[in-house]
Design a protein around this ligand. Structure first.
Ligand SMILES: [Zn+2]
Length: 225
């Protein structure tokens, strides 16, 4: 008897955890909807001068457009960088206002974090649907619920550069190139949420080499949605 109770409680707990951490509703994109050799480069946690600017130089050199998921309180600090990202034709996305682990917060705070950055992005001239990515990709129940209410899509990824664990460009290049395939959404970081001084030279150099390598393999580069 007790083994049946244990099994039932275990099953119920697993179901609740699954429902919380992987909500079975709402839209979540992990890859582009294409079979073509096309990938999306995405950069989180900026704007973060001078590394965002150095990335813009690299992207301009290769004539590639990318998506920058920005933190609201950094948009406020680095308006010039933001204007350059827009002027050069890149896509700006919302990565919350202050980069908390959004998935563990109540929906009212989640909503406020998203709205503050939406309104900053509107002020700098972003039009149309604003793409959103939760900090640390925590599309847990409160985040999924807030997004679903507004019929918004969460933008995840399927290739990690691991540039938040290393700034060794060789390792970043290797991590990306061994996983990339048609439709991949690749996540890099031009900033670091918890360190306003973080060095992102490795990400900049790796991005340059990754674009060159993918172009040699016939890949094109796309933004999201
Ligand atoms: Zn982040």
């Amino acid at each position: 008897m007790s083994s049946i109770i244990t099994a039932v409680v275990g099953f119920a707990t697993a179901t609740l955890l699954w429902f919380f951490f992987k909500p079975p509703f709402g839209k979540n994109i992990v890859r582009l909807n294409t079979q073509q050799r096309s990938v999306a480069l995405t950069f989180d946690d900026g704007p973060h001068p001078p590394y965002t600017e150095r990335l813009l130089d690299v992207l301009a050199k290769h004539n590639v457009k990318a998506t920058f998921f920005m933190i609201g309180n950094r948009i406020e600090k680095h308006a010039e960088t933001v204007h350059r990202v827009i002027a050069e034709g890149h896509q700006l996305g919302n990565h919350s206002y202050s980069h908390p682990v959004l998935g563990f917060l109540p929906p009212s705070i989640v909503q406020r974090e998203i709205e503050r950055t939406d309104s900053l992005l509107r002020q700098v001239g972003v039009t149309g649907e604003i793409v959103f990515r939760a900090p640390i990709l925590t599309r847990f129940l409160p985040v999924a619920w807030v997004l679903a209410k507004e019929n918004r899509t969460h933008i995840s990824c399927n290739v990690w550069s691991w540039d938040w664990t290393t700034q060794n460009p060789d390792r970043i290049v290797q991590s990306v190139l061994k996983k990339v395939k048609p439709g991949s959404i690749i996540v890099f970081h031009d900033g670091k949420a918890e360190n306003a001084q973080a060095n992102r030279s490795g990400t900049v150099e790796a991005t340059d080499r990754i674009i060159a390598a993918l172009k040699r393999e016939g890949y094109q580069f796309s933004t999201i949605l």
